[in-house]
Write a protein that binds this ligand. Structure first.
Ligand SMILES: *[C@@H]1O[C@H](CO)[C@@H](O)[C@H](O)[C@H]1NC(C)=O
Ligand SMILES: *[C@@H]1O[C@H](CO)[C@@H](O)[C@H](O)[C@H]1NC(C)=O
Ligand SMILES: [Ca+2]
Ligand SMILES: [Ca+2]
Length: 186
């Protein structure tokens, strides 16, 4: 038998032996979330820049407040962008994703406290960015208080929108993801 046929046969044997198994769990090996962030089941898109780890939630589009809470549940924060260099890194990373994953993404930036005074929710710092879409932020209709990566004509820049809009979102942490161990049940 030629090697590729052997490989196919081997795969078939493995398949027959384990096809009735299903994944029951992803156990966090390092339980201490003081030192690492939980790796959620359905967050396939992870990247790092400097000392930050990011989870890009591309499967669940939700409003800004729920995005904030979702990141907290991962022991993370909704993203704040500390520099234009960090923005550019994230933008390039999103541009490397599949078309279906090139979504609008919430950041933690908002002016919910004082209209026109944008701050990052996770550290309270003022938003200084040269990465706004033309004419943004504009508080359109007096209703826009939350900042997101806006994907228009294949260009990602920042925009303010209504916090009730549903979007993908990016969580950040300065901790590394916890190691996970897959368990199977047959
Ligand atoms: C992470 O990196 C940033 C930028 O280099 C730095 O300002 C910050 O203090 C670092 N944070 C930690 C906890 O190491
Ligand atoms: C960005 O803001 C503009 C108004 O300035 C609004 O028309 C547009 O829908 C917003 N983008 C998204 C994706 O919400
Ligand atoms: Ca506003
Ligand atoms: Ca706007």
């Amino acid at each position: 038998m030629i090697p590729s046929k052997l490989a196919t046969l081997f795969s078939l044997i493995v398949y027959l032996q384990y096809s009735h198994c299903c994944e029951i769990n992803l156990d966090v090996v390092e339980e201490n979330t003081d030192v690492c962030v939980k790796t959620p089941l359905n967050i396939p898109v992870i990247t790092t820049y400097g000392n930050k780890t990011y989870y890009l939630e591309v499967n669940n589009q939700i409003n800004w407040h729920n995005a904030y809470l979702a990141c907290k549940q991962y022991n993370m924060e909704l993203i704040n962008i500390d520099s234009d260099a960090e923005f550019d890194y994230i933008r390039e990373f999103i541009n490397s994703l599949t078309t279906a994953q090139k979504l609008n993404f919430w950041t933690s930036g908002n002016d919910l406290g004082t209209e026109g005074e944008y701050k990052w929710m996770s550290n309270g710092r003022r938003v200084f960015s040269n990465r706004w879409h033309k004419g943004q932020p504009d508080n359109y209709g007096g209703l826009e208080d939350c900042i997101h990566f806006w994907h228009v004509s294949n260009v990602y820049l920042l925009n303010d929108s209504t916090c009730a809009s549903n979007m993908a979102f990016i969580c950040q942490s300065i901790k590394k993801p916890c190691s996970v161990q897959r368990s199977w049940q047959c």
